[in-house]
Write a protein of this length. Structure first.
Length: 397
């Protein structure tokens, strides 16, 4: 299917007046998502929050069903939350309750900074150790090295599929094969890949996977979701419970919600959750394989243009690269570049050293520019942005 980019842009008001290259931070919502959120908020305005939620039960159930279709799982295996981090924390801090001194976590060099901090916090509490799997020659996680590091004391393999600061796509399917062969719980952070590329949890072979709505899925901010395989629920006992995640059945006993709803808490933004479901449906209506093909085409165009500019270093690595394009400009501060682009109505992101100490220290940089593309960007926008980079590189400061 050939994507109708003009149609996509007509349905995205933010395309007019801005060149948006900040999708790894937050993408532009299409009209249909904003309308779904605003419609529910208007219902709350006139009916009240609880009453509006009751009336929206079918839409809420639809959000679970839509995410399940996108991931190829059962809707009972999906939990909703306020962010990817909240979802990831639900899984990680759950399984962390089972850790003991001497246990090991295997993770990637490209792991998200919040995840690394969580590992270190739990390591201080429990005595578990963190082992970072090296990259292979292409710059992605080295699957052979991972397998060689497995021992009886490995209690979790946790991998970020696509890092926030780089275009590399880690081989999560191959990691899943190893995790399943050795029967080790496997947690995937898909924050930057959900909505950008097809995700099939059966093919990945993960026990749990977390993601957000606001990035490549083009959903509202304040939305996230967690997948936990039905057979893996006992591996990830909820670390926090309330009257939604559990039922008080006797004076001294409670029962967990069946399925992954045990990872949810009672209070939530119903309008945003409805919007998330609409965003998932919208993405699937275009086709995630088609979206990813378009994204990779634009990203490769941009990388080629940037690589031809003296003083610009493209930092993306890996055998497979996605839509996140990152680079540095000699003598140009990334944040100053970001502000200069904003002045020209171009949105880009910045990643700093404390987001990815391992790679940044290897590269000898303190920050870099992120300019991820999406399917509704145009070739003209990519070319125009590359020209702005060239101008900054020629006259730094």
């Amino acid at each position: 299917m050939v994507l109708d980019i003009n149609k996509a842009r007509r349905e995205t008001p933010g395309c007019f007046g801005n060149i948006h290259l900040h999708h790894s931070g937050s993408a532009l919502m299409p009209d249909v998502v904003a309308d779904a959120v605003n419609t529910h908020l208007e219902t709350e305005l006139f009916q009240g929050g609880y009453e509006a939620e009751d009336d929206a039960r079918e839409k809420l159930n639809g959000t679970y069903a839509s995410i399940a279709r996108m991931l190829n799982c059962a809707s009972s295996e999906i939990a909703l939350s306020e962010s990817a981090t909240a979802s990831w924390n639900s899984a990680f801090y759950g399984i962390a309750q089972t850790f003991r001194a001497g246990d090991r976590i295997l993770t990637s060099r490209a792991e998200y900074v919040s995840n690394m901090i969580a590992y270190q916090q739990v390591a201080k509490r429990t005595g578990v150790s963190i082992s970072v799997v090296p990259d292979d020659e292409s710059g992605q996680l080295n699957v052979r090295a991972l397998e060689s590091m497995i021992g009886a004391n490995v209690r979790l393999i946790a991998v970020t599929h696509v890092p926030t600061y780089n275009g590399v796509v880690n081989p999560v399917n191959e990691v899943g094969q190893i995790a399943n062969d050795y029967q080790i719980p496997y947690l995937v952070d898909a924050c930057q890949s959900a909505g950008q590329m097809p995700l099939d949890v059966a093919q990945i072979g993960c026990d749990a996977l977390s993601a957000t709505g606001r990035k490549f899925l083009r959903g509202p901010r304040g939305t996230g979701f967690l997948y936990v395989r039905e057979q893996s629920l006992d591996k990830f006992p909820p670390s926090v419970l309330d009257l939604h995640s559990a039922t008080w059945v006797e004076a001294d006993r409670y029962e967990l919600q069946p399925g992954s709803r045990r990872y949810e808490l009672f209070e939530s933004n119903i309008a945003n959750r409805i919007g998330l479901g609409v965003a998932v449906d919208y993405a699937m209506s275009w086709g995630l394989a088609e979206i990813y093909s378009r994204i990779r085409f634009l990203a490769e165009q941009l990388r080629e243009m940037l690589a031809q500019i003296d003083g610009v270093t493209v930092r993306d690595k890996g055998a497979e690269k996605c839509g996140i394009v990152t680079f540095t400009i000699d003598g140009v501060d990334a944040e100053k570049f970001q502000h200069e682009m904003r002045r020209k109505n171009i949105n880009v992101g910045v990643s700093k050293r404390n987001c990815a100490l391992i790679d940044f220290d290897d590269w000898g940089v303190d920050s870099l520019v992120r300019s991820p593309v999406h399917y509704y960007n145009t070739e003209d926008e990519v070319e125009f942005f590359a020209k702005q980079v060239r101008r900054q590189a020629v006259a730094p400061g």
